[in-house]
Design a protein around this ligand. Structure first.
Ligand SMILES: Nc1ncnc2c1ncn2[C@@H]1O[C@H](COP(=O)(O)OP(=O)(O)OP(=O)(O)O)[C@@H](O)[C@H]1O
Ligand SMILES: [Mg+2]
Length: 252
């Protein structure tokens, strides 16, 4: 087994009342790669990552993290393993500034006071290291940021905690063309820095631009992931048009 294997879902099953949402999902995520998870509305993508975040518990199957089975019972437990999540809507608090958002719930203190200086330095360094350059001040309220800047701050927040895996659920759904390009470039940089990235998206064009591996979830079963499972394959390094056609066919 290659040593960049970070996360594995094995035969994951989850139902809500009579509805079987995940019906035995097998999927892998590797460090230094963007793994995309695509599938129709209601396919179970968000449910799968909520199992990883400890928001839902699995009915059956297991999550293997760095080679060991883990039980994740809360987002805090996921964070302790080095797994961070960026959600489309809940990412940030609009009435707080960038630094306050990035350290929300994990503030640094010196004596009885917040260590504003060290938090500002860390926030500034993280944004700079990710080439997020369009933000004027890290002390501005996030309500004044554009959609692309907001997502960039949310991503920077996720990578500031020595995270090993960043999970993004539809990070570009509400963004325009230029902002989408900005966020996708950021996603790519995370993987190039050696992090694992799990990117959920509806947009196959987006996915093809940045991902090394594409997993297609259909009716609660993973129908393809290149190089990882037998069966249908999408070759990420094949011709772009070919890959797009193939992925689109799998989604039908
Ligand atoms: N808390 C819940 N209780 C009951 N059913 C749920 C719950 N969460 C999700 N579901 C159901 O599970 C199925 C999968 O939902 P999920 O949100 O995982 O899909 P998705 O692939 O993320 O879709 P989308 O692309 O629209 O975000 C849907 O039929 C949904 O109604
Ligand atoms: Mg979803």
């Amino acid at each position: 087994m290659a040593d960049n294997l970070l996360l594995e879902f094995r035969n994951v099953k989850k139902h809500f009342a009579a509805v079987e949402v995940l019906r035995g999902v097998n999927m892998t995520v590797r460090a230094g790669q963007v793994t995309a998870l695509v599938g129709d509305n209601g396919a179970g993508k968000t449910t799968l990552i909520k199992c990883l975040a400890g928001i839902f518990q699995l009915d059956e199957g297991s999550i293997i993290w760095e080679g060991k089975p883990v039980s994740i019972h809360s987002p805090k437990a996921a964070a302790a393993l080095g797994i961070e999540f960026v959600y489309q809507d809940l990412a940030l608090c609009s009435n707080l500034d960038i630094v306050q958002n990035m350290f929300l719930g994990r503030e640094r203190v010196r004596g009885a006071f917040l260590d504003e200086e060290s938090m500002e330095d860390a926030a500034r360094e993280t944004l700079a290291s990710l080439n997020v350059t369009t933000i004027k001040s890290i002390r501005q309220q996030v309500s004044s940021l554009s959609g692309g800047q907001l997502q960039s701050v949310a991503v920077a927040k996720a990578v500031m905690w020595n995270s090993k895996l960043v999970v993004l659920d539809e990070p570009t759904a509400a963004l325009g063309v230029a902002q989408t390009a900005q966020v996708l470039a950021l996603v790519r940089r995370l993987a190039d820095r050696g992090l694992g990235v799990l990117l959920i998206s509806h947009n196959l064009e987006d996915v093809l631009k940045v991902s090394d591996s594409i997993a297609v979830l259909r009716l609660g079963v993973l129908v393809a992931q290149p190089g990882e499972h037998a069966g249908l394959l999408i070759h990420p390094r094949g011709r772009r048009s070919q890959r797009l056609r193939h992925a689109a066919r799998l989604l039908q």
